[in-house]
Design a protein around this ligand. Structure first.
Ligand code: DQA
Length: 152
């Protein structure tokens, strides 16, 4: 079976406010900037991108389920759901696509409740605390995994 040359980009709750939300932590780039950067990075490897952001967990779960049929991997910043959501983790595990987990801020250096990720061990790539450019790093590393150039 041929691998689809498409990635799903998932951004979780509150990331629609990027650019104005706590810029000292998350910077001044917007969600539209993130989507453009990821789209350009993926295109450089011959992949296209379907992007979803929602403040509603079920919308994110449906998008992850839908990726089964036409995506080769998932780049996800689960935002606060990282630290709370078994169902999001279960969805990622269920679709069995390679996953890259991204956090703009360095969650390891922030409040203790941000130190645990339910997603971490279902992801093969982790890019944490590199700011918005971390999404681009994640795309490159995930595509290396998809194309068999890396084990993750
Ligand atoms: C975040 C870190 C999370 O702890 C937080 O809830 C977010 C964004 C990040 O990108 O740094 O919403 O995932």
């Amino acid at each position: 079976m041929t691998v689809p040359h498409r990635l799903l980009l998932v951004n979780g709750p509150n990331l629609n406010l990027l650019g104005t939300r706590e810029p000292g932590i998350y910077g001044s780039q917007t969600l539209a900037d993130v989507v453009q950067l990821v789209t350009d990075a993926a295109a450089a490897h011959g992949f296209d991108v379907r992007a979803v952001q929602s403040n509603h967990e079920g919308v994110l779960l449906d998008a992850i389920h839908d990726a089964r049929t036409d995506c080769a991997g998932i780049v996800i910043n689960p935002a606060g759901l990282t630290h709370t959501s078994v169902v999001l983790r279960d969805a990622l595990s269920a679709v069995a696509l390679p996953v890259a987990e991204v956090h703009i801020s360095d969650v390891r250096e922030r409040e203790p409740f941000r130190h645990h990720s339910y997603v971490a061990d279902v992801a093969v790539v982790h890019v944490i605390g590199e700011g918005v450019p971390g999404y681009v790093t994640a795309v490159g590393r995930l595509i290396d995994v998809i194309t068999g150039q890396s084990e993750g």
